[in-house]
Ligand binder design. Structure first.
Ligand SMILES: Cc1cc2nc3c(=O)[nH]c(=O)nc-3n(C[C@H](O)[C@H](O)[C@H](O)COP(=O)(O)OP(=O)(O)OC[C@H]3O[C@@H](n4cnc5c(N)ncnc54)[C@H](O)[C@@H]3O)c2cc1C
Length: 367
């Protein structure tokens, strides 16, 4: 070990203060790990040594500057709170995607981003059970990986079946580490489920998609397991419907969606023209960048008005939690009811969350 490395290690041992995104939201990238051809893990520290506290399965909302604009997106923490000195996100490239591709192409060790969080309720800690079935598709593996790493670090026997669905064996994320956990942790079973065995002629495991036969054959006691599912929308729909049809109790089923309604709804219902009723105040909202001026009802969230007007406005949680839709309010006032997705200092700087804000005057928004 070099002197610099041992000095660095010394600085990280001992009783470190907690990283607090309200006080210091900067995250310094320390390592970039290629997981598969289109998935990378980014490992972060605070600018000063800090401890990260979160529940496995929670996410951060990160902010990056791209082309002069601040863009916000949610990423689940893939690392484990049992190793608190760093925090990691694992990001899959998205065709045409702004942030995922920017991170892959630009973020290197030494680079910084901003982060707010942790946030989210998707954690097996919130509903502890004796037996789990973790179902992950593609990049939806991240919360289940965090939960698995935490269980593995605590070292006690567990009863977990971890299913990871992907395209081919080469797309299995965290393959070696999951196999290692399974080899060392009694009761932890991994089923990698590529759709096709392309690229790995000797693949001896299962192939295909999750189905009734898959569950009956590979997880016959599925009905007694607490299910935690995350992946693309069709994957989660198949999981929920198939398990439901097989008689698995819905109370034991939990899921988290990564899909978000960029342009096509998802955070709020569009405002129908005919919905404007007499008696409800209306205001004028000007979207400064697109130049659109639209009428907005006082009882509807600003994001609904933006959607109806076709103004592109990314959003995820729809309840003021994640901060994805954070926007600059150039003028006007809103009634904002957020759940932590925006910091006080950002509100003081004129930012707001359209997904949980109703207009109380005419507005000009920088969108
Ligand atoms: C709670 C939560 C946790 C998440 N965790 C993870 C994680 O652990 N790992 C991970 O990889 N992802 C995760 N995501 C998804 C992540 O937040 C991003 O949505 C994802 O990385 C894509 O963002 P992007 O900016 O690259 O794509 P965007 O630029 O938002 O584009 C998304 C899609 O919309 C299309 N699009 C964009 N603009 C337009 C336009 N003007 N017209 C037509 N189409 C358009 C793009 O082509 C692309 O297909 C999570 C999401 C949530 C809500």
């Amino acid at each position: 070990m070099t002197l610099a490395a041992s000095t660095h290690l010394a600085a990280h041992l001992g009783d470190l203060p907690l990283w607090d995104s309200e006080a210091d939201d900067t995250l310094v990238c320390r390592a970039v790990i290629d997981e598969t051809a289109d998935v990378k893990t980014f490992v972060f520290e605070g600018p000063e040594p800090r401890r990260f506290a979160y529940k496995p399965g929670q996410f951060l909302t990160i902010s990056v500057e791209i082309g002069g604009e601040t863009v916000n997106r949610c990423y689940t923490i893939s690392s484990t709170p049992t190793r608190p000195n760093t925090v990691a996100i694992t990001v899959k490239r998205v065709p045409g995607g702004i942030v995922a591709n920017w991170l892959h192409d630009n973020l290197k060790p030494g680079g910084t981003i901003k982060g707010i969080g942790p946030m989210g309720e998707f954690s097996c800690l919130n509903d502890a059970a004796p037996k789990y079935l973790f179902l992950s598709g593609g990049s939806g593996i991240t919360p289940l990986m965090s939960m698995s790493r935490a269980l593995a670090d605590l070292g006690r026997p567990v009863d977990v079946v971890f299913v990871h669905a992907c395209r081919t064996p080469k797309d299995i994320i965290f393959r070696a580490e999951l196999d290692l956990i399974a080899a060392r942790l009694p009761g932890f079973r991994v089923i990698h489920l590529p759709e096709r065995q392309d690229g790995e002629a000797g693949w001896a495991g299962a192939t295909g998609r999750i189905s009734a036969d898959f569950f009956k054959l590979f997880v016959p006691d599925f009905a007694t397991r607490s299910v935690w599912c995350c992946g693309p929308a069709p994957f989660m729909k198949a999981a929920k419907t198939t398990l439901g049809d097989l008689g698995a109790p819905t109370a034991l089923y939990h899921e988290e969606s990564f899909d978000f309604g960029t342009l096509t709804g998802g955070a709020a219902e569009p405002v129908a023209e005919a919905a404007v009723e007499p008696g409800v105040a209306t205001y004028k909202i000007t979207f400064a960048k697109s130049g659109q001026v639209v009428e907005a009802r006082a009882d509807q969230f600003v994001i609904a008005t933006a959607r109806a007007a076709g103004v592109p406005l990314p959003a995820s949680c729809s309840e003021g939690l994640c901060g994805t839709c954070k926007s600059k309010l150039v003028s006007g006032t809103v009634d904002m009811n957020h759940k932590g997705g925006i910091r006080k200092k950002e509100i003081d700087q004129g930012l707001f969350l359209p997904c949980c804000s109703k207009p109380t005057s005419d507005l000009v928004i920088e969108r």
